[in-house]
Design a protein around this ligand. Structure first.
Ligand code: SF4
Length: 495
């Protein structure tokens, strides 16, 4: 039984980070490694803050964890020091809790009852507890391969090895199907490999999970463009009973209307992040380094923060990140609010504590160049509103005043417009929705029989926790398609 007064005795304490100087000198994870005695004294106290609510909003309702993680249960197990059972309960709903523990912005914490008022001391540190449970489970060798004891005789192709594809593959392999994951890149992991910087999640974390999937029987093929030169659509259809498309939504949103966009030095965010991550993998120096440059990042989200920390570590002279929205507490997002007063806070990433500057309620008016290369940008103060009829975002300058700042490297991190064009979609006869994603029915099946979709390719660019939840759910649908019924969990439904 949880301690309902625990939050009164123990203040919220976020995970300790390594000193800024130290972490700027390497690419290792920002958060400090805790010894087992530190875990017992620190993380167990944090778990004690959970009240085990009768209706735990952290893992239910529209605002909580889409995986339905059994948060109060494992909080109580950690409070009691039963790390092994906590790891079991965590893995019952989440294939990859170390990914979410390190990468998810934790909608569960925003939905936690203790987030309502500052007097409560803030939400339970769910993300930190989750990550610690997962790490303890790995350290204690409690994360074993679960090899299926049945064989359905059915073959499934999963296209894409990001978190959605891997979750679907693991669930289907464990259900007894013969699963092959196809990846067009040279290494596995999708965004986890080439989009997420090492300082957020080191690749060895991904690699040990891939080893588990291999040991369970999932097969992997890298460097294979399905529908193109790697494997034709006819071969795909002839060789597999079902196909899961988990191809992501990597078509970056551009800003073609800003004068000077075509100057050298103005890049899409992924054109910066991918080679930087490749350099960390040992592929040689990136051609787009921030070293010795004034870097301007346009976009205030996760990808922008990843560019921010990467540019700082590469040795940028300055880093400035722009956000069109005003700095909270002026911002409100009432639609998602489960509470009378939604706890709006400024989302700050560790990268922001290290160096650089953030500017709010501003937008770029013009990129200014010399000799064909960007040298500065002109900024204007703006207001963001919603068109009441279309719901579209409208950005309006609020003054004629222009602020010019130096910038010889500009990174566009303003979101993604959906699935990239690929021959596979044409070959399967699939077209994109207005949102640039792949449509499906209530069973995740596209208009091509036996072809299913999940993750960002279905939802649009979203959180790692949604990718895993959709991967688990599509596995249920594919299993039912192949065998007539499925006992696999389906935590979410198609939008
Ligand atoms: Fe615990 Fe917060 Fe969930 Fe309540 S909402 S069960 S306090 S984590």
């Amino acid at each position: 039984m949880a301690d309902p007064n625990g939050f009164l005795s123990h203040p919220r304490k976020d995970a300790p980070k390594r000193p800024t100087d130290e972490r700027l000198g390497d690419w290792h994870e920002v958060y400090a490694h805790l010894t087992s005695s530190e875990r017992d004294t620190q993380v167990r106290k944090q778990a004690t803050r959970c009240m085990d609510c009768g209706i735990p909003f952290c893992h239910s309702g529209s605002a909580g964890c889409p995986l339905g993680n059994l948060i109060p249960e494992w909080n109580d197990l950690v409070r009691r020091g039963d790390w092994r059972l906590a790891g079991e309960r965590l893995h019952a709903t989440n294939n990859f809790p170390e990914f979410t523990g390190k990468l998810c912005p934790a909608p569960c914490e925003a939905a936690c009852v203790l987030a309502i008022s500052p007097e409560s001391g803030g939400s339970v540190t769910i993300k930190r507890i989750e990550e610690t449970i997962a790490e303890v489970a790995w350290e204690n060798s409690d994360v074993a391969a679960r090899v299926s004891t049945v064989a359905s005789g059915k073959r499934v192709a999963v296209v894409g090895s990001g978190p959605a594809g891997l979750a679907a593959a693991q669930q289907l392999t464990r259900a007894g199907h013969e699963v092959t994951v196809f990846e067009r890149d040279d290494r596995l992991g999708g965004l986890l490999r080439y989009g997420i910087p090492e300082f957020k999640m080191e690749k060895k974390v991904l690699d040990r999970r891939l080893a588990q999937l291999r040991a369970e029987g999932t097969k992997f093929v890298t460097g294979c463009e399905v529908g193109g030169s790697g494997l034709s659509v006819a071969e795909l259809r002839a060789s597999f009973d079902s196909v899961v498309l988990a191809v992501g939504a990597l078509r970056g949103r551009d800003a073609p209307d800003i004068p000077g966009r075509d100057l050298d030095g103005v890049h899409m965010a992924m054109d910066h992040l991918v080679p930087a991550n490749r350099e960390c993998e040992g592929d040689g120096p990136t051609p787009i380094s921030a070293k010795g440059k004034h870097v301007l990042i346009i976009g205030g989200g996760d990808t922008g923060a990843d560019c921010y920390g990467t540019a700082t570590r590469q040795g940028a002279l300055s880093v400035t990140q722009l956000d069109q929205y005003p700095k909270p507490p002026d911002a409100r997002d009432d639609e998602r609010s489960p509470w009378p007063v939604w706890p709006v806070v400024l989302r700050t990433y560790p990268a922001h504590e290290e160096a650089g500057e953030r500017r709010f309620a501003v937008a770029v008016k013009r990129f200014v160049g010399a000799d064909g290369h960007v040298r500065s940008v002109e900024l204007q103060k703006v207001r963001v509103e919603r068109d009441p009829e279309t719901g579209n975002r409208v950005v309006t300058p609020v003054s004629d005043e222009v602020d010019t700042i130096p910038a010889d490297m500009v990174l566009l991190a303003i979101g993604f417009d959906g699935v990239e064009h690929m021959p596979l979609l044409d070959g399967l006869g699939l077209s994109l929705t207005k949102r640039g994603t792949l449509a499906c029915g209530s069973d995740w099946q596209t208009s091509a029989p036996g072809v299913f979709v999940c993750g960002d390719a279905h939802r649009g660019a979203s959180l790692v926790v949604w990718a895993i939840a959709e991967g688990r759910s599509v596995a249920n649908a594919v299993d039912a398609y192949l065998t007539g019924a499925s006992d696999l969990p389906a935590p979410v439904h198609p939008t």
